[in-house]
Design a protein around this ligand. Structure first.
Ligand code: PGA
Length: 247
């Protein structure tokens, strides 16, 4: 059976002192045995957190990656640069980046390819807005978002992680019910099966107000292979409870 993956998305939170404390508390529990565990930290803290995690079973992730290799791209960080800090995962196409930074399915696909080329596993986020859900367009939206990544040529898409994050559930305290989430995960899995013989080993994470109280029931769904955790990843006790629920 594939291991579940619990990835913390710290978003734009943290400080040198707070990161040190949070990582120390997480590592004290020695997580990362029954389930894979990662923390995706703001770029300025990659070096610090990389050093704190060295030799542990917790992996490091970034929250974005440039589609370009080098050059005149002010403000961006290339996959090769991330690699220098032992980054294993990069969140790509998070809804906050789609919403506030104009990221498109095409630019997200290019970023996913750049990550794969450098040996970084992209965590590709898909998810519908409340309006789209209410209009009955959920599957169409997430399929379109995933198709952009799946149908780019090049690196093997079986190396990606997918995260289903309904936009209306992110940071709102509103979680998709396990049935709602499973339904979308099953649709995404079916889409992946058409693209690769290895679809069953691709991890499809759920994200959107996953917390210590609701994690177990979400993670018990057959096509939910882990979680992308925002708010609850900032407190070690909450994050560790979710990790425990994934074992
Ligand atoms: P949340 O965020 O857990 O705070 O809802 C999840 C995410 O945006 O990745």
């Amino acid at each position: 059976m594939k291991k579940k993956l619990i990835a913390g998305n710290w978003k734009m939170n943290g400080s040198l002192a707070a990161n040190e404390k949070l990582i120390a508390e997480i590592l004290a529990a020695k997580p990362g045995v029954a389930a894979d565990v990662a923390v995706c930290v703001p770029a300025p803290y990659l070096q610090q957190v990389s050093a704190l995690l060295a030799g542990s079973s917790v992996d490091l992730g970034a929250q974005d990656v440039s589609a370009h290799e080098a050059g005149a791209y002010t403000g961006e960080a290339s996959a090769q640069m991330l690699k220098e800090f032992a980054v294993r995962y990069a969140i790509i196409g998070h809804s906050e980046r789609r919403q506030y930074h104009g990221e498109t399915d095409e630019s997200i696909a290019a970023k996913a390819q750049a990550a794969l080329k450098a040996g970084i596993c992209p965590i590709v986020c898909v998810g519908e807005s409340l309006e789209e859900r209410e209009a009955g367009h959920t599957e169409e939206v997430v399929r379109r978002q995933l198709a952009a990544v799946v149908h780019t040529n090049g690196h093997c898409i079986s190396e990606i992680v997918v995260a289903y994050e309904p936009r209306w559930a992110i940071g709102t305290g509103k979680t998709a019910t396990p049935e709602q989430a499973q339904e979308v995960h099953a649709a995404l899995r079916a889409q992946l099966r058409l693209a690769t013989a290895h679809a069953d080993r691709i991890r499809i994470l759920y994200g959107g107000s996953m917390n210590a109280a609701n994690a177990a029931v979400l993670l018990a769904q057959p096509d939910i292979d882990g979680g992308l955790i925002g708010g609850a990843a900032l407190k070690a006790v909450d994050f560790l409870k979710i990790v425990e629920a994934a074992q």
